[in-house]
Design a protein around this ligand. Structure first.
Ligand code: MN3
Length: 203
């Protein structure tokens, strides 16, 4: 039986300073993300067949998850998948913006990077409660911004994410307290656009 494992961070805990501090990263990754992985494994303890699937497969077909563990898998499997993507699309500040093909896709979908940034930021600032804001990619490379609550993952809506922003308070409260907008603005400085471009390049 294969169990889900906590992926290592692709950078040092302090790599996103001063935008996201090392202490927040440590608790966020080592405690919060780990708890999602542990609870996901616990929920699937008696379902070894499901543990064989990738987390993306599981979340893509929530109707195939037995009802008694469905919500636990959506919550904790979502927590696992959402954070796994989040760590990948982050990286040390490079002062960069999307280039090449992704830049073109953003231009086609939002009439430019600044408009995209404004729209995404507004969605993040307006999100009520705990959840995520996502950049989704559709066939033909069309991009879309969506919000989800709790740890819901866009795959369960038939949508493919290439970028996400964690808006749970645990993602920013130690450093930013109630100043969510400051955290959102800081996040723009530590996006790994090369990674996001790679994820977008298959569409
Ligand atoms: Mn989180």
């Amino acid at each position: 039986m294969s169990k889900y494992v906590l992926p290592a961070l692709p950078f040092e805990l302090n790599a996103l300073e001063p935008y996201i501090d090392a202490r927040t990263m440590q608790i966020h990754h080592d405690k919060h993300h780990r708890a999602y992985v542990d609870k996901l494994n616990l929920a699937l303890e008696d379902h070894p067949d499901l543990s064989e699937k990738t987390i993306e497969d599981l979340l893509s077909s929530p109707d195939r998850i037995p009802e008694e563990i469905r919500q636990a898998v959506i919550n904790n499997g979502g927590g696992h998948a959402n954070h796994s993507l989040f760590w990948q699309i982050l990286g040390p500040e490079q002062g960069s913006e999307p280039t090449g093909d992704l830049k073109e896709k953003i231009k086609d979908s939002f009439s430019g990077f600044e408009k995209f940034k404004t729209d995404f930021t507004k969605n993040a600032a307006d999100l009520f409660g705990s959840g995520w804001v996502w950049l989704i990619i559709k066939k033909g490379g069309i991009l879309e911004i969506i919000k989800t609550s709790n740890q819901d993952n866009p795959l369960s809506l038939g949508k493919t994410p290439i970028l996400n922003l964690d808006l749970w308070e645990h993602a920013y409260y130690l450093k930013y307290q109630n100043r969510r907008t400051e955290y959102i603005n800081a996040w723009w400085s530590v996006i790994n656009w090369e990674k996001v471009s790679g994820l977008a390049s298959h569409f």
